[in-house]
Ligand binder design. Sequence first.
Ligand SMILES: [Zn+2]
Ligand SMILES: [Zn+2]
Length: 442
Amino acid sequence: MRCVMFGGYTAQKHDRLVTTRNAFRPAPARGERLNAMPEADRDAARRAEIVRLAGALNERLIAIRRDIHAHPEIGNHEHRTTALIVDHLERSGLVAKVLPIGTGAYCDVLPGGFEDSTGLVGLRADIDALTIPDGKAVDYASKNPGVCHACGHDVHTAILLGVGIVLSRLRDLDLLPRGVRLIFQPAEETSPGGALDAIDGGVLHDLTEIYALHCDPRTDVGQIALKVGPITSAVDQVNISLSGTGGHTSRPQLTQDIIGALGALATMTQLLLSRRIDPRSGVSLMWGSMHSGSVANAIPRTGEIVGTLRALDAAGWQLAKQLIPELAAEIVRPFGVEVDVAVTEGVPPAVNHARGVRRLTRAAEEMLGPDSVTATEQSLGGEDFSWMLQKVPGALGRLGVRTPGEICPDIHQPNFVVDERCIPVGVKVLAGVATTFERPAI
Ligand SMILES: [Zn+2]
Ligand SMILES: [Zn+2]
């Protein structure tokens, strides 16, 4: 065993489960035999190999996931994570390209005789962590204070690495029927999201379809939850800043009550929105932060309230953006304060294509069994994979991470945990959807 240091990441080179770059070679004899098989037998051989490898890789992928979990990095700073991704892909004889922005990477796995005109299927994982402390007492807890993989992107990354290893093996066995691009996308938790930088970096070129999975604490491990149409929601950030002349709290008549105005904004804005927009639009404005003042006897000169605007449908989303500045100005008018409203566009809803959901459903049922797919609802959460689905058809699926019978803490919480049996499940489903051909509609 030897160790290699790069990007702050120590790569341990040990016996490899599958082929290496040096061993990159023409299809082995077994592949030649498989090549002569009827298509149905090749399908069965492919599925059996995916299942076998997902099991054989389990310990290695859990170790990778825990390594990433122990070393979380926030959006656009995922340097160690990117080095780890590149290293593990190289161990399987794959060549990864780091994105032009410096973090994140993509990697094409191509069968012999691949022609560009065939197009590629894309599989995407997000790789960034959150500025949330890790509240778990485990030996792989975050070593980066105040930063944690509380959204499961460590799991997504480990799964997609596992898929890369599986696909490289299928390629060597001449069982890879099509070209696949693995996309390790940075900065999903930022707004409007690292997906836009990844798209600018060319990750969608030549793709004909694209898929992703996201950890879901409300679905049992072993299941995939799917929905045709919008599965996540539009999310914008709202910042309202107030200013006045400030003064002594003994003479409020001579100045403007900034904190009183903030209180009115906090309670009235959502109420008034709900009276001006069709409730079926599912518009939600929730405040996450409010700041003003520093001492008991001074009226502050400035204050700010910050929150998120979410909407299930595009019409309600557009109307809310238009109304919030008007309503905020009306709400604070009696206080005589100056008001400045900024609504910063975040992400649109992620809209699943019907064909993409059919293909994910088929892959899950073939790889996991007939009862492995469950229905889900559109959430008010945002997801920047939506930008990719606007350009390439496909689907986002929810990956069950809850241990059956137990309560799983929500994502974005310090105590969020996953049942790691979700890792081979994700490997099988994504490797399955990347390697099965379209059949008549279900
Ligand atoms: Zn998240
Ligand atoms: Zn996430």
